[in-house]
Design a protein around this ligand. Structure first.
Ligand SMILES: Nc1nc2c(ncn2[C@@H]2O[C@H](COP(=O)(O)OP(=O)(O)OP(=O)(O)O)[C@@H](O)[C@H]2O)c(=O)[nH]1
Ligand SMILES: [Mg+2]
Length: 452
């Protein structure tokens, strides 16, 4: 088996992970005590990817839960999936990192790091053939950004040839009042870009907008956002969890999706999106409507106003009894209509996979990962907020007080700017090529807007 060790870091990471485990336990017919109650082989076949089989055929999530304060870990233990977890792999500190990257990276978090690494090592040793690590965290929090990036740095040293993938939540002032988040986020990204292989970025701002405008939730909260994130994570991991052909492990995703080593930031999408108030049972869902929604800006999970966005690569994973011909036609239609959006110097840059097993409650769904220049809009938003504070050295004493130096901030900012430049330069390759495209090829019937 190609097992994955899952790391859930900080409050945000553990809250999202709770939902994620709830969904995948349900999909794989694992009850609250960890026992398999299904009657078919399909959900059982690859259970070992995310679960460790313990005594009495009990399936235990192969995860390490970490937070520098105890509250969230206690909540996780008391949640509906709490009994699934092995308490020995739940680690908490006392006081938290106080929204401060440096506490997570250099002081409080560093003190607890040996313990975290030891737990990761034990989990890895219990695997037949470890494929890599996945971490879910927020890059706005002190623990999520500081300790999360430190953990990835240490794991990269210890497991050079394993794949490291993160699900990283980007902060937004629409849902959080913490002023130091742009510092933490820029510092976090500047570390993670060197230690991870692929980063799937969830922008809280976009998720908030989707919830408010498209799903019509009057006042979206973290729970609403986590509903969307966890469903998408379950979608992304479908190919690992069930037998299939494409992107069946972390390394294949990496190879297919990253044309250059530093261009490894993926924006996710999921369709059909729902909420507690927006019930899908009454809607007709077709392959065409799913594809339209996946690529429509109102439903993408990264907030951006990118006029000349270029999609370098993308992977779409369909679930349910969908016809591969219909999927192929819908994708071809889309590429024809939105020709300008796809980078021409990478032919066949859309990969699709189909998994017969639908998510529970609906007939079909799709998840998209896209490596797109639009990520730079988010990075620039963070840099702008970072610059405003850094210009006046606001809140710097919290960081220098823990031993950090101003130079580290400058370096981090430059690294994030360099990533933006690299995306920009890569997209210029298309301008160098002859443009033989003819927009009129797109027939009038082809409507790539969502019909939600
Ligand atoms: N989507 C989502 N975002 C969250 C959630 N909880 C916190 N956040 C966001 O994450 C950022 C704060 O990170 P936390 O995870 O609370 O912080 P932490 O990693 O525990 O670090 P410290 O509390 O500073 O030690 C803010 O931008 C929040 O909006 C959540 O459940 N879902
Ligand atoms: Mg916290």
């Amino acid at each position: 088996m190609r097992e994955i060790v899952f790391i859930q870091m900080g409050q945000c990471g553990n809250k999202i992970a709770e939902k994620f485990w709830e969904i995948i336990a349900n999909e794989h017919f694992i009850n609250q005590c960890g026992h398999f109650y299904g009657d078919s082989i399909l959900p059982y076949q690859r259970l070992n990817i995310y679960f460790q089989c313990a005594q009495d055929c009990r399936f235990v999530p192969r995860c390490v839960a970490v937070d520098l304060e105890p509250t969230q870990i206690t909540e996780l233990k008391n949640s509906s999936v709490g009994r699934l977890f092995n308490p020995e792999y739940m680690i908490s500190g006392k006081y938290g990192a106080g929204n401060n990257f440096s506490k997570g990276h250099y002081t409080e978090g560093a003190e607890l790091m040996d313990c975290v690494l030891e737990k990761c090592r034990l989990q890895a040793e219990n695997c037949d053939l470890l494929q890599g690590f996945q971490m879910v965290h927020s890059i706005g929090g002190g623990t999520g950004s500081g300790m999360g990036s430190l953990a990835m740095k240490c794991l990269r040293n210890d497991y050079e040839d394993r794949v490291i993938n993160t699900f990283s939540v980007i902060p937004s002032s629409k849902i959080s009042q913490v002023v130091t988040e742009p510092y933490n986020a820029v510092l976090g990204i500047s570390e993670l870009v060197f230690t991870t292989d692929e980063m799937i970025m969830f922008d809280n701002e976009a998720l908030y907008n989707i919830s408010l405008a498209s799903l019509q939730l009057p006042k979206p909260n973290h729970c609403d956002l986590n509903h969307l994130i966890s469903k998408t994570m379950a979608g992304v991991t479908t190919c690992f969890r069930y037998p299939g052909q494409l992107n069946t492990d972390l390394r294949k995703i990496m190879t297919n999706m990253c044309p250059y080593p530093r261009l490894k930031f993926f924006i996710p999408g999921y369709a059909p999106l729902d909420s507690a108030h927006n019930n899908l049972e009454y809607k007709k869902i077709t392959v065409k409507s799913i594809v339209q929604q996946l690529f429509s800006p109102e439903f993408r999970m990264a907030d951006f106003e990118c006029q000349d966005e270029k999609l370098l690569t993308c992977a779409a994973i369909f679930r349910g009894r969908v016809s591969s011909r219909e999927v192929e036609e819908a994708m071809v239609d889309l590429q024809r209509c939105r020709k300008e959006m796809f980078a021409r110097f990478i032919p066949n840059n859309i990969k699709t996979a189909i998994c017969d097993v639908p998510p529970s409650g609906i007939d079909m769904s799709a998840t998209l990962l896209s490596n797109t220049s639009a990520i730079t809009v988010i990075f620039r938003r963070l840099i702008q907020q970072f610059d405003k504070m850094f210009e006046k050295r606001a809140f710097m004493h919290w960081y220098t007080g823990e031993g950090m130096e101003e130079e580290e901030f400058r370096r981090a900012r430059n690294i994030v700017c360099d990533i933006c430049d690299e995306y920009y330069e890569t997209c210029q390759f298309d301008c160098d090529e002859d443009d033989n495209s003819d927009a009129s090829e797109c027939n009038d019937e082809c409507d790539c807007r969502t019909d939600q």
